[in-house]
Design a protein around this ligand. Structure first.
Ligand code: PLP
Length: 328
């Protein structure tokens, strides 16, 4: 008989592996899946079926919400966006919005964590290994509660050094579908890190800046306009939208001249007074160098600092955008 080199595990072998200690429990706290309709807290059990089309074809959508001091920030916006994303590509969503909200709040409560991140997906569903969506009768909802994202303090205190990505952010249908197909986004980061930059910005075919791999971008012009790329070209970022709201307050206070959506050619970005990124994980961070060009005076600018303070207050004090978790 041929000598086999590979082990063939018994169920007991497998469950011994599942029961092993893992350092992942320091950062992955709980997972819910509609496959089980239950929550698990051992990271070794946090799995999804291989034949879910989200695994082998990237056929799924996702979103994330930040939990700050026991309250979920902008949960409604993130749920609305994942539903819009899934609906746009014809995924049969297995739960209604209210059920997803309750599952998210309950799973966070199980972890007992007051500062963490809820990351959730709606997949095409299980049913085979082909590309055909009709193999999957219904989608699945997966949720994992992880530690809060953390970036180096220098991002916020000194600012980021970014480059233009040579990879177009090709989205299959519309940039508004937050799909699991993030290969271009990953390649942007690969490129940026290879050239010694912190991250990259994509451009459209006319050379206007669009967005980062997982963040929106905006500029403040030298004559005091807060400018962001047209929203039909980029993901409708929850944090960018919130920043637009804050920028309008700064306009009312006479600190900004206006808040406008317009194409931003790279040359205009180079000449701006301030550039900044927005995302759920990063919140807001200043860009001080773009393609080797110093932005403004090369330091985090006054509008960034004001918007950062407005975010801090919003995320901790504004009950209109915070959903409390019931930990009892
Ligand atoms: C491509 C892209 N643009 C922008 C964003 C920022 O969106 P949000 O502010 O909702 O996190 C993300 C977030 O994941 C993203 O993936």
């Amino acid at each position: 008989m041929r000598q086999r080199k590979l082990k063939v595990w018994s169920e007991e072998d497998y469950f011994n592996w599942v029961r092993r200690e893992t350092p992942l429990k320091e950062k992955y706290f709980a997972m819910y899946s509609t496959v089980w309709d239950a929550i698990v807290t051992n990271p070794n059990l946090m799995t999804i079926p291989f034949d879910d089309h989200m695994v082998h074809r990237g056929d799924g959508v996702f979103d994330n919400s930040l939990v700050v001091n026991g309250k979920v920030y902008l949960l409604d916006e993130h749920l609305d966006r994942i539903i819009r994303s899934a609906t746009a590509i014809g995924i049969k969503i297995p739960l209604d919005k209210e059920s997803m909200r309750q599952i998210i709040l309950e799973t966070i409560a199980v972890t007992g964590k007051r500062d963490c991140m809820a990351r959730f997906w709606i997949s095409r569903g299980t049913g085979g290994f082909s590309v055909y969506p009709d193999e999957s009768p219904i989608g699945h909802f997966y949720l994992i509660i992880t530690s809060s994202p953390s970036y180096p303090a220098r991002y916020y205190e000194e600012g980021l050094n970014v480059v233009t990505s040579p990879f177009p952010l090709r989205q299959p249908f519309t940039p508004q579908v937050k799909s699991c197909n993030y290969l271009s986004n990953a390649m942007m980061e690969f490129f940026a890190h290879n050239v010694g930059a912190d991250t990259a910005i994509a451009i459209d075919s006319e050379g206007n800046i669009t967005e980062g791999s997982n963040k929106n971008v905006a500029v403040v012009t030298k004559d005091g306009f807060f400018k962001y790329p047209p929203l039909e070209k980029v993901l409708h970022g929850t944090m960018l939208k919130r920043a637009i709201y804050f920028a309008k307050i700064l306009k009312d206070e006479g600190i900004l001249k206006d808040v406008v959506s317009a194409n931003i050619p790279i040359s205009e970005a180079y000449n701006s007074a301030e550039m900044m990124f927005f995302s759920t994980t990063l919140v807001v961070a200043p860009i001080v160098k773009y393609d080797g060009v110093t932005i403004g005076d090369g330091k985090p600018g006054p509008i960034y600092k004001k918007i950062r303070e407005m975010f801090k207050k919003d995320m901790t004090e504004n009950d209109e955008v915070l959903t409390p978790v019931d930990y009892d």
